[in-house]
Write a protein that binds this ligand. Structure first.
Ligand code: IPM
Ligand code: MN
Length: 357
């Protein structure tokens, strides 16, 4: 029996709706496998700004540090997207959380459920068998380098920076994971142009000597963007910098049919944070339309990675698989062939998952 304290951090928009389903699934797992999970909640993002003026209040950070894992929703609000001059922004809360908790490795598994082969805009014969694990570096790069304005504010800059140490630690995680999978690693950079990418490549090449059993391929990010769509089955594990990883994983989400299916794990030195790769989606917030499966799959990653509860984690994945096999869909993964009566909202599909658990 495991006794664990889980912090629920719903954040903004559909983050609220989807983490509510994720939490119910965790509760069900606790009951079925006889574990004791306790919960608390904390604010981040726009809702935190509204309540406290701070996108990541000290109290939230403290609660994160003191929990065994965090189930996270999303941050963002359209109000800031159209106001580039806003000094305080929801995303700052997310970035600060990543930095403060030392969450340098963001794992984004791109796994296609068989039933969703037709939901993608990519041809099924190209997609079949695609199974990719992205390691996106999460606490460095252009996200965290010096930024500012010069020339009386008429020029702006963001510095992309990596240290050898930062590349090594994410590289090692990716190589270790490749060893447990199909032993293929693609390292993605822009070493033909960027100095930070040349250092990245040097360090991955050094690590490769320690992993002779892993086949390494080096790609420039523009080529990766193309190959992901042309030949997604060529990839096993992919390791890349923060910004490239951000962009490539949104692209790769289309392999899985929808952003609404993709979970992620952010891990580092302390508490792990588990979250959908999708954002706050204010266009559908409060309508009960959001696909909660990315949050439920994030809960599965949480159980596996932070608590070592493999069987429990697999029970969740299998429940989702069965719900899809039964023909249930949310709007984002439905296609022309879906019977409209099988298209369910957030809570209803959550109930179907819970029934199977
Ligand atoms: C993500 C998001 C964030 C990022 C935003 C909200 C700051 O797009 O988690 O992928 O760019 O990292
Ligand atoms: Mn993103």
């Amino acid at each position: 029996m495991a006794k664990k304290h889980i912090l629920i951090v719903p954040g903004d928009g559909i983050g609220q709706e989807v983490t509510a389903v994720g939490k119910k699934v965790l509760d069900k797992i606790a009951a079925r496998f006889n574990h004791e999970f306790t919960y608390d909640e904390a604010l981040i993002g726009h809702v935190a700004i509204e309540a406290t003026g701070d996108p990541l209040p000290a109290e939230s950070l403290e609660k994160m540090r003191n929990s065994d894992a965090v189930l996270f929703g999303a941050v963002g609000h359209p109000k800031y997207d159209n106001d580039p001059s806003a000094k305080v922004r929801p995303e700052q809360g997310l970035l600060k959380m990543r930095k403060e908790l030392g969450l340098y490795a963001n794992l984004r598994p791109i796994k296609l459920f068989d039933e969703l082969l037709g939901a993608s805009s990519i041809k099924p014969e190209i997609l079949k068998g695609a199974d990719i694990l992205f390691f996106r570096e999460l606490t460095g790069d252009i996200y965290f380098g010096e930024k500012g304005r010069k020339n009386n504010g008429d020029t702006a800059y963001d510095v992309a920076e990596y240290s050898r140490y930062e590349v090594q630690r994410i590289g090692r995680k990716a190589f270790d994971a490749a060893r447990t999978r199909r032993k293929k690693l693609v390292s993605v950079d822009k070493a033909n142009v960027l100095e930070s990418s040349r250092l990245w490549r040097e360090e991955i090449q050094k690590l490769a000597l320690e992993y002779p059993d892993v086949e390494v391929e080096y790609q420039f990010v523009d080529a990766t963007a193309m190959i992901l769509i042309k030949e997604p089955t060529r990839f096993d594990v992919v390791v890349t910098a923060n910004l490239f990883g951000d962009i490539l994983t949104d692209e790769a989400s289309q392999i899985a049919g929808s952003m609404g299916m993709l979970a992620s794990a952010s891990i580092g030195d302390g508490t792990g944070v588990y979250e959908p790769i999708h954002g706050s989606a204010h266009d559908i917030t409060g309508k009960g339309l959001a696909n909660p499966m990315a949050s439920v799959l994030s809960a599965a990653l949480l159980l596996d990675i932070s608590f070592g509860l493999k069987e429990e984690s697999e029970a969740i994945i299998s429940a989702i698989d069965q719900v899809l096999k039964k023909g249930f869909r949310t709007r984002d993964i439905a296609d022309k062939t879906t019977d409209p009566s099988m298209i369910l909202g957030t809570d209803a599909i959550g109930e179907e998952i819970l029934k199977l658990l």
